[in-house]
Each structure stands twice: as C-alpha cells, then as structure tokens.
Design a binder for this molecule. Structure first.
Ligand code: HEC
Ligand SMILES: [Cu+2]
Length: 342
C-alpha cells in the first residue's frame, strides 16, 4: 500500500516536470531574447552617454531605460524614422528598439545641451546572419577628389540679387548642360556663370540675366518640400553655430575667430572644453563663400565635418536626401532668399 502511493507520487512528479520543462524553457527564452539596458545621459563635460556601444542581435528587442543625470537631453537614432525622445533629469523614459538588419546604427542627443552637445553620440551594433544594411555609395567629393579644406572663393558674384523667376524666361535658350544634375553637383554657381559667359550661344545675354539663369538652374535641382526639410534640419541642428540667418554667429560660437581656410590649419586638435582652437563658421550670406563652392563640396563638408575646426560630421546621422536638402537650403543664404519659412 505504502509502496503503491510512493509509485503514484513519483509518476505524478514526472508528469509535472515533463509539462513544466518546456514552459520554463519558453519563459527563460523570452526573457533572454529581450536585452534590457539602463542608459544615463550626461553633458559631454560630465561623461556623455553612460553606455557608448549597445550590442544586440538582429530582430532582438532592446529595452532601453533612459534617464538624465544633469539637464534635458534628447535620444534619437541616425538615418531612421524612429521619433526622437525627450530625456528629463530624474525621470525614466522607456523605449523598445528593434533592428532587422545587421550593421552599425548611431544614437545621439538632439537637444542643444551645451557647446559640445553634438559629441553625445553612441553606437548600436547589430549582429545577425541576414545581409547587413546596404553601404552608402561613395560620396561625390571622394569620387571627384575635392579637397574640403581649401574651398574656393567665388571668382565672380552678382551685382544685383539674382532671381530664379527671371532666369526661367531664358530656359529655352539655355544649353542642355544647364539642366543636367551633374552640372549642378560638380560646379559652383560662379563656375557655371563663367561657363555660360564663355558660351557663344549666350553671348547676347546680359551678365545679370546670366546670374538669373544660374539661380534658375539651382532652383530646378530642388523642390519646396526639400527646402522645408532643409530648413527644419538647419534650425534644429546647425543654427546654434551657423545662426538662423546663416551669418555664422550662433550662440555656440560667439567670440570664436572666424575660420579662414587660407590662414588656418585644420589639422590641429582644438581644446574641447575651453574651445581654444575652435572657429566660428564663415558668413553664408557673403555670396563669395557659397557661390564659390559646388554642391559636392558642401555635401562633403556636411558628411565629413571640419576635422578640428568645430564643424561636426553628420554623415552617420542624416540620410543622403536630408544632406541634399540641407545643401539646397544653404544656397538660399547666398542668393538672399530663404525658402522653407514662409
Ligand atoms: C558646433 C558648431 C557647428 C555646427 C553645429 C554646425 N557647423 Fe557647419 N561649420 C562650423 C564651423 C566652425 C565651420 C568652418 C570650418 C570648416 O569649414 O570646417 C563650418 C563649416 C560648414 C560648411 C563649409 C562651408 C564652406 O564654404 O566651406 C558647411 C557646408 C557647413 N558648415 C554646414 C553645416 C550644416 C548643414 C550643419 C547642420 C547639420 C552644421 N554645419 C552644423 C561649425 C558648426
Ligand atoms: Cu545632450
């Protein structure tokens, strides 16, 4: 009798264990699949992000508990549609991220928390068997071998404000190359003007009208929507240094010497905290500056940054289209008309 009970008990135990194992296995699995990370934001002077590299598998959810130890920061992912988060001191913001393709992603602070704010960047490294995120095509400035550190100054500038609407009247007599995107990408407005001036087909057109034609060809390469994107990105990420008006005297760079490529060397490492060796940007409203450089150069500068001048690099943060939109928006400063605001 006793033995029989014991045998029943053992059988029952086996059944319980047999049923429980797969369940506990599933439970353990689901816990280990999600990786939980506590992330503290600090101004770069106070140490930046507490975690600089986050590792995860493709498809694996990453649960982030983010807080700030000093001021309000932002949390954003480069080249993605994920909306940016506001990170407040003393509060936890929880978000779950998931990346389907292996590769490197950049997370960054999108709030101007201090002069070194833009240094608040970290990496999310995703591993997995799938094909990684496709590599971006080689930027045009590298393909063309453009030296970003010695931009040219415009050889010629308009005497009157150039007007794209007036240039449109000349569109039927402009040579074919005027509307090719390669012409736009690889020439400065001044270079295109010189090419127009030297073109026998345009010999009867006045200097002013040729500038209007150049302004028109520049306008053909963008759209009001792109200019609006450019304006929004510029206001939130560039104006702190370049200023809303493009004059290069934003709050973060006041009192710094203005960068002049013909005098200053860019290979010296500036002092991050005192700002010694950092420069303030050139005045974009001076037509000599922007009418002297090609979209390929501007794009390159935005992608690569200034190598020690204080101009941050944005190649890992913005998509190709966003950078193109920024470039078209910048030229507006030189033509004297700024799209996007209305
Ligand atoms: C922390 C300050 C700072 C921020 C933020 C900043 N810049 Fe700059 N930028 C500079 C400085 C300083 C220079 C001049 C030195 C150089 O060209 O490297 C410069 C130069 C440039 C140039 C080169 C102009 C030329 O004629 O060679 C471009 C283009 C530019 N910035 C675009 C941008 C855009 C677009 C953004 C925003 C996405 C931005 N910058 C954000 C400081 C900044
Ligand atoms: Cu910040």
């Amino acid at each position: 009798m006793k033995n029989e009970n014991l045998a029943r008990l053992i059988v029952l135990l086996f059944i319980i264990i047999a049923v429980a194992i797969p369940f506990s296995g599933r439970w353990l699995n689901s816990r280990s699949q999600e990786s939980v990370i506590e992330l503290h934001a600090n101004m770069p002077e106070n140490g930046g992000w507490s975690v600089e590299t986050i590792h995860a598998q493709a498809g694996q959810p990453i649960r982030l508990h983010i807080t700030s130890d000093d001021v309000v920061h932002g949390f954003a992912i480069g080249k993605s549609e994920v909306p940016a988060l506001e990170i407040k001191p003393g509060e936890y913001t929880v978000t779950v991220l998931k990346f389907d393709l292996p590769g490197k992603y950049i997370f960054y602070c999108n709030r101007w928390c201090g002069p070194n704010h833009w240094r608040m960047r970290g990496t999310i490294e995703i591993e997995g068997d799938k094909d990684p995120i496709p590599a971006a095509p080689k930027p045009l400035f590298l393909q063309l071998g453009i030296d970003l550190d010695s931009p040219e100054v415009a050889e010629v500038v308009p005497t009157n404000k150039a007007a794209a609407e007036l240039g449109a009247k000349l569109k039927d007599i402009l040579p074919v190359y005027a509307s090719e995107s390669d012409t736009y990408l690889t020439n400065s407005p001044a270079k295109l003007w010189l090419r127009f001036r030297a073109d026998p087909a345009l010999s009867k057109i006045s200097d002013n009208d040729l500038w209007n034609a150049v302004a028109w060809t520049w306008q053909q390469q963008t759209s009001p929507q792109a200019l609006k994107i450019g304006f929004d990105l510029y206001s939130t990420t560039c104006a702190a240094c370049h200023s809303e008006t493009g004059q290069g005297n934003g709050v973060m760079v006041r009192d710094l010497p203005t960068w002049d490529p013909s005098i200053h060397k860019t290979n010296e490492t500036p002092h991050q905290l005192t700002g010694e060796g950092l420069f303030s940007p050139p005045d974009f409203t001076d037509p000599k500056i922007l009418l002297g450089v090609s979209p390929a150069l501007l794009e390159g500068k935005i992608i690569r940054g200034g190598m020690g001048t204080g101009m941050p690099y944005w190649g890992s943060i913005f998509t190709t289209d966003q950078i193109k939109a920024l470039v078209s928006y910048l030229y507006g400063f030189a033509w004297g008309d700024i799209g996007g605001e209305e």
